[in-house]
Design a protein around this ligand. Structure first.
Ligand SMILES: [Cu+2]
Length: 122
């Protein structure tokens, strides 16, 4: 009987550890850089995937947003630092051009500022 309790205890500790550390992982993607263009695909479904996009400074960048979520909450994407506020029709790939001349971290959000993503330009 003791061994069962011990195994159950260890399993629980393992589960808590997995849960705890799992929570801290954020989907991140580095842009694929070809010659003088970099492109990242972002899926919009209950948030943004990836949530953090790393871009190379000085290389023109395109983010391709595809909203598969039917929620109207996510039907616009706003990059306030870049003056971008673009509609995202459902199940359609929408390209957003990003000026990468400045390095830094820039947030993007849905039209209501509820869901967020982050650009890291370096
Ligand atoms: Cu929203």
């Amino acid at each position: 009987m003791k061994i069962v309790v011990l195994i159950a205890g260890l399993a629980l500790i393992g589960f808590i550890g997995w849960w705890f550390f799992g929570k801290h992982q954020v989907a991140q993607a580095n842009a694929k850089v070809n010659d003088d263009q970099q492109v990242v695909d972002v899926e919009v479904k209950g948030g943004y995937s990836p949530e953090v996009v790393v871009l190379k400074q000085g290389v023109p960048a395109t983010l391709n947003f595809t909203r598969t979520d039917s929620s109207s909450c996510l039907d616009r994407v706003v990059f306030s630092d870049f003056g971008i506020n673009q509609a995202l029709p459902q199940n359609q790939k929408e390209s957003v051009e990003i000026d990468t001349s400045q390095s830094g971290e820039f947030q993007w959000a849905c039209g209501m500022d509820m869901f967020h993503g982050k650009l890291v330009i370096k």
